[in-house]
Write a protein that binds this ligand. Sequence first.
Ligand code: FE2
Ligand code: FE2
Length: 282
Amino acid sequence: MSEYRVVQVSDLHLGAGHEHHYDNWRKVAAWIEREKPDVVVVNGDVVMEDPDIEADHAFARAQIGKLTVPCRYLPGNHDIGDNVLFGKMAQRVNDERRGRFLRHFGEERWAFEAGGWGFVGLNAQLFGSGGQSAEAEQWDWIEASLGRFSGRPIALFLHKPLFLDHPAEPDHDDLLLRQSCVDRASRTRLLELCRRHGVRLISCGHKHQSRAFSLDDIYHIWAPATACVNGPPDRLHWGVREVGFVDYRFRPDGFTHRFVGADFLFRHENYMRKHDASGGEG
Ligand SMILES: [Fe+2]
Ligand SMILES: [Fe+2]
């Protein structure tokens, strides 16, 4: 069986009327059109910053929609609001914000089979929702989708990392750290499902850093942002402080990945652009 090629782009942060980050997206889009992967996973934070600016959603959708390669979309905190119990932004996820994303991008989660693998994409913003029915519905869907692909390798995509240092780490008191990853209760439940159903890869974005490691037979990959790096260089980082995207090739017996773009995209320094603004990290 031939390999199935997935390009994962994350944290595009595009806004109507903003040249910031759009310069990089044009280069990424040209690269994708040249390489023609089988699918592009758009891993959230497509809009600049404020999830309630309708024009930014329309702009991002129009730009990504120029690609001739099929795209699968997942929302990030800047697209539909931050996690209710563990977020940091003023705007938190709700049905109205999810509805806006669905209107523009048509989906917030998906599952499909290709190249001998099961591919499952989740809405990470629904974890720790404080009891929203959409969260319970998604848990049922996750279990059914992973169960559907049980017996073959599964790749899982979501916007936020499951943890920063280790799955056993507690929920952080510091707001910036806490909003950086999935809360402990949801992470524990999700990892248990992943182990039960044979998930081999968990791939995320959100931290605007590239990172790859394996732990307990699961490979974890943090996609860098196409847009910018966050936070000044002297702040604690877990991965590499670079921009780019991920080029995956899946075969029935495994996969390879490489980070692309750090050598030809511009490394926008987000803290320089908004050093006197508050909030909006990640
Ligand atoms: Fe994010
Ligand atoms: Fe982001």
